[in-house]
Design a binder for this molecule. Structure first.
Ligand code: CA
Length: 414
């Protein structure tokens, strides 16, 4: 769906999730993406409450800094609403949401951001990520503990350090004022896009698809092509030389576009209803929460856990290699012992001799040695027998080897 040629908002549940916990808004000056999570299927409620509350500030501001202040205040107000909702509905405990939004004022945009949704600006065909993810792995990258490549496959990559929710009364929200100009294309997306579609691919789509809605649809399709394990939401804005970015009514997508199973007005009334009634309305599987509160102790704990995991991996490797080495050594010893139960008769320094082992050599290792040299001269044997002895005569055991020697002694006498 789109509200004009200049902006677009599209949200898709993806291929795995049962419900869409993302919400998106493309208005006249304001553009927002929120990605909800956690609690008893509260993610859709969280992102919807946040986007609905923040969309109330969609108007023209007199300065970019006024817009920045309004945007930040709206996020804080949304945070309070989430806390109140959880207070009234215990089953929603732990719900939270990311929010990334821009509010345009002429040739500037005010930016507010918390969580791991992203804001990008495409300018002169170059894509630039404006926001930094508030994730545990981004912390590790920033502090030089892991590389961005390691972060992309880290088992804790979805752990968020900051969100709006019922956890923190004064959430740490990143805000900024950034200049913009006609020709800029702004993208706001949930991690359902950025975790599965590369920046290079996003840049190519934004550069080559002119119409905002077409480009948004293409980005959703790119994520679906990657399997879309998560909900995916894309809000696109093309900046031109007019003040606002839309002439048509604002558009809301994702869970904010569908009626909530309750809203904050009816929440008080819902309190009088048996709590059980709320559950059938939310026929969704609770997602494992991937929000973790920000605290130094917690961060230390996660880093410690990461170290332990690395050590465990190394130990597992070493034990594996040691077991293989031990197995090979045992096989060699058993193999060698087996060869030493065998005998054969051959020639040693011109005499007939009994050898223990097998004739084959294992590389530089000889698997046989002279067991007993006899007094029989090989040259005393007839030509055919000489050749047979030189080629060796195998025996199943020592007794059979001795029989062969006896027969050769008789032959030598003739
Ligand atoms: Ca997500």
């Amino acid at each position: 769906m789109a509200n004009s040629g200049k902006s677009a908002a599209v949200s898709h549940v993806g291929k795995i999730r049962a419900n869409n916990q993302d919400s998106g808004y493309a208005g006249q000056y304001l553009f927002v993406v929120a990605d909800g999570m956690g609690g008893h299927a509260g993610g859709d409620v969280a992102s919807a409450i946040a986007v609905k509350r923040i969309s109330e500030i969609d108007r023209l501001y007199t300065s970019p800094h006024d817009a920045e202040f309004a945007l930040q205040s709206a996020l804080i107000a949304a945070n309070s609403m989430l806390a109140e909702t959880v207070f009234e509905h215990n089953e929603l405990t732990g719900m939270g949401t990311t929010v990334s939004g821009i509010l345009r004022v002429g040739d500037h945009v005010a930016v507010a951001h918390i969580g791991d949704s992203r804001i990008y600006r495409l300018r002169n065909s170059k894509l630039e990520q404006i926001t930094a993810d508030h994730t545990f792995v981004q912390r590790l990258v920033d502090s030089g503990r892991i590389t961005p490549e390691e972060a992309a496959v880290h088992p804790r990559r979805s752990v968020l350090m900051r969100v709006l929710g019922d956890v923190d009364a004064s959430p740490e929200i990143d805000t900024a004022v950034i200049e913009t100009k006609p020709g800029d294309r702004w993208l706001i997306c949930s991690d359902g896009l950025s975790s599965y579609v590369s920046d290079e691919k996003i840049q190519t789509v934004l550069t080559t698809v002119p119409r905002a809605l077409d480009a948004a649809d293409r980005l959703i399709k790119e994520s679906l092509d990657q399997g879309a394990p998560d909900n995916v939401t894309v809000v696109l804005v093309d900046v031109d030389d007019t003040d606002d970015s839309s002439h048509l009514p604002p558009i809301t997508v994702g869970s904010a576009a569908t009626p909530l199973s309750f809203d904050s007005d009816s929440a008080r009334r819902a309190l009088r209803l048996p709590t059980l009634l709320l559950h059938p309305l939310k026929a969704t599987q609770p997602d494992p929460s991937h929000f973790e509160p920000e605290s130094d102790e917690y961060l230390d704990e996660l880093i410690e856990e990461d170290h332990r995991r690395a050590i465990r991996r190394r130990v597992t490797w070493l034990v594996g290699i040691a077991l293989i080495v031990i197995a090979v050594v045992i096989a060699v010893i058993l193999g060698y012992q087996w060869t030493q139960t065998h005998y054969y008769v051959g020639e040693s320094n011109g005499k007939v001799a009994i050898f223990r082992g097998v004739q084959q050599n294992l590389g530089p290792i000889h698997l046989s040695s002279v067991y007993q040299t006899t007094a029989i001269d090989v040259s005393k044997l007839d030509a055919f027998t000489q050749k047979t002895v030189q080629a060796s005569l195998s025996a199943v055991d020592l007794a059979q080897a001795e029989d062969i020697v006896d027969r050769l002694a008789d032959a030598a006498k003739q």
